[in-house]
Design a protein around this ligand. Structure first.
Ligand SMILES: *[C@@H]1O[C@H](CO)[C@@H](O)[C@H](O)[C@H]1NC(C)=O
Ligand SMILES: *[C@@H]1O[C@H](CO)[C@@H](O)[C@H](O)[C@H]1NC(C)=O
Ligand SMILES: *[C@@H]1O[C@H](CO)[C@@H](O)[C@H](O)[C@H]1NC(C)=O
Ligand SMILES: *[C@@H]1O[C@H](CO)[C@@H](O)[C@H](O)[C@H]1NC(C)=O
Ligand SMILES: *[C@@H]1O[C@H](CO)[C@@H](O)[C@H](O)[C@H]1NC(C)=O
Ligand SMILES: *[C@@H]1O[C@H](CO)[C@@H](O)[C@H](O)[C@H]1NC(C)=O
Length: 257
């Protein structure tokens, strides 16, 4: 009877009960750098920071696991049981926004995550010298990385750039600041400076825009006309001498026979 009743229980129920029991059974807590819940760790660019994960209230030896994003961090023996430390060295821009998680090996739902907030002053890059022909379009691209977000502007020859709605266009994402100029004029020639200001510092980068003379347009029509005239002349020449050529051809065939 008892067996029949348990068979009637839907498949999902025992699984749920088991995982619920496991959760209650571990009843353990982790902490990372004394935080029992997920937290954000703000830091500058630094030679190293360490994260220390601890098991609390365990009645037995507990193995710990560390993850960087989704990837598991390889831990040395002696740095896995009850307490585990990892060191991020050096801390650079590419660690910004990365999540480090400490988990209990026996029950991975027991975990504490740390999100790194790596703050650094603007870092700029981009091609410095651009040659452009008059009346062509050009785009100056200033690659800019910073955290926190920064304020970006363009200068021209050390003066603030007056944007002309019909010719200038700005484009900005978190990592790119662009200035596009349509139909470049001689007066656009000069040094453009990308200026990025944040509370951690300012970054500047100079872009030299060299406007070159318009290259003379290749006279296509004249060339086509000349080719046509030459072709016709040659054709007339051949037609006029057709007899001779034909005869000559015939003759040579006769001799060879
Ligand atoms: C863990 O132990 C501390 C005392 O060391 C106690 O205050 C806390 O309530 C315990 N936590 C759990 C989840 O049992
Ligand atoms: C881990 O903690 C458990 C429970 O407190 C203890 O029995 C065990 O010896 C500890 N192991 C290590 C390696 O510290
Ligand atoms: C950050 O450091 C890692 C090594 O820890 C290195 O592989 C990576 O290239 C560095 N990234 C930058 C942007 O410097
Ligand atoms: C802009 O000013 C700086 C110093 O204030 C100077 O060194 C630089 O030559 C100037 N650049 C131009 C294009 O005038
Ligand atoms: C064009 O700009 C460049 C970069 O600022 C400068 O070196 C050059 O002298 C300028 N040429 C003219 C004709 O103004
Ligand atoms: C950045 O530039 C702004 C405006 O030009 C200025 O007020 C500020 O002092 C500069 N900050 C640093 C760190 O140089």
């Amino acid at each position: 009877m008892a067996q029949r009743r348990s068979l009637a229980v839907p498949y999902g129920a025992p699984v749920l009960a088991v995982s619920f029991l496991a959760c209650v059974a571990t009843g353990l807590e982790l902490s990372v750098n004394n935080h029992a819940a997920d937290f954000t760790l703000s830091t500058g660019l630094s030679p190293a920071i360490s994260l220390s994960c601890l098991v609390h209230n365990s009645s037995q030896a507990e193995e710990l696991l560390w993850y960087r994003g989704d990837g598991q961090v390889a831990l040395k023996e002696g740095n896995k049981v009850n307490i585990s430390n990892i060191c991020i060295s050096p801390v650079n821009q590419s660690d910004n926004g990365v999540t480090f998680t400490c988990r209990l090996a026996r029950d991975k739902s027991v975990k504490v995550s740390v999100i790194l907030d790596v703050q650094f002053p603007p870092q700029l890059s981009g091609e410095e010298t651009l040659h452009v022909e008059e009346e062509k379009d050009v785009t100056l691209t200033c690659n800019s990385k910073s955290n926190p977000q920064a304020q970006s502007t363009w200068l021209k020859d050390n003066q603030s750039l007056t944007l002309q709605q019909s010719r200038h266009e700005l484009y900005q994402t978190s990592e790119v600041f662009q200035l596009s100029i349509r139909k470049v004029q001689k007066s656009d020639n000069g040094t453009y400076t990308c200026v990025v200001e944040s509370r951690l510092g300012n970054g500047t980068r100079d872009f030299h825009l060299i406007v070159e003379d318009k290259k003379p347009v290749f006279p296509k029509e004249a060339v086509i006309a000349a080719v046509v005239v030459v072709t016709i002349t040659v054709l007339f020449g051949i037609v006029a001498r057709k007899d001779k050529i034909f005869k000559c051809f015939k003759k040579s065939r006769e001799t060879s026979l």
